[in-house]
Design a protein around this ligand. Sequence first.
Ligand SMILES: Nc1ncnc2c1ncn2[C@@H]1O[C@H](COP(=O)(O)OP(=O)(O)OP(=O)(O)O)[C@@H](O)[C@H]1O
Ligand SMILES: [Mg+2]
Length: 319
Amino acid sequence: MTSKCKKGKIVTITLNPALDRTLYMPRFLKGQVNRVECERTDPGGKGINVAKAVKALEQDVVVTGFLGENNTELFTKYFQQENIEEAFVRVTGNTRVNIKVVDEENSEVTEINFSGVSPTKTDFCQLEDKIYSLAKECEWIVLSGNLPSNMPIDIYAQFIKNLHKYNCKVILDTSGEALQAGILAKPYAVKPNIDELSALLGKKITMENGLAEGISYLKQAGISLIVVSMGQNGALAVNDSEAFLVKPPVVTVGSTVGAGDTMVAGLAVGLARGLDLAETMRLSAAAAAAAVMLPGTQAATLQTVNNLLAQVQITTWRR
Ligand SMILES: Nc1ncnc2c1ncn2[C@@H]1O[C@H](COP(=O)(O)OP(=O)(O)OP(=O)(O)O)[C@@H](O)[C@H]1O
Ligand SMILES: [Mg+2]
């Protein structure tokens, strides 16, 4: 099927989702008895975070990947409630729980992460079936996050190569070796943060130094759209014809966790809607800033995003 016949629905793939369990306490004392004041549990994992934000921008989205069969309820309830289409493969065991202990007085967060699911060969074949059947009808596919420990490091690269055959365009957002291997398969877009780009090039890159080299490296690898995010300093976005520095609105920070995932959601939505690069980055940066204002990894309302659009500053980048 040619991309023209495909729907604007975005697919996100999360191989290693998580239940984010946040425990709030006035003070967290190591080695002592601590009492939880309140708690919340949210479905998480990078691809799921991207999907939350895509849906909040009112674009259709379908989530797939692996879910541990023992604790699916919170996920399925959430997907139903948010009207997110779900196509996860159920695998033996629990989806991992990531515990975040919030010390409110010191504004410190201690994280305790469990290891994730271990999909079998059969699970993997089932996932491939789901992905390639979605690929027949959807053009934009987001691959994000880290991998279950028993998956080959080039698994994203394998998906990307096969997805090319379906005329799909992949946005890849991962780190380390999975990013390094994934790039070789030429995803359409990548969104490393500046630390991930530094690790990729094996040298410290800052806003002032090394960005041009990082962009050249990714361009030479054949990637069409490169977005390097730099936290509150914004992002650099480069495609085949344009290059922009994107300065985000100044906002009061609730939580910056998942800001990058929201930026990826904005990219996917902008690209699926055929927006130009400047418009896509305006949407992405406004969505990310709006999400930063909220605690946890919640997506902001479309209205909050729209209110921030005009405050995103976009200038031409000259290397
Ligand atoms: N404090 C902030 N104020 C406004 N915008 C922000 C802030 N922090 C991040 N952003 C926006 O979010 C984008 C992505 O942030 P960042 O570079 O931290 O991503 P990341 O490290 O990939 O995050 P994560 O992987 O946790 O989702 C930035 O380019 C910026 O536009
Ligand atoms: Mg990130």
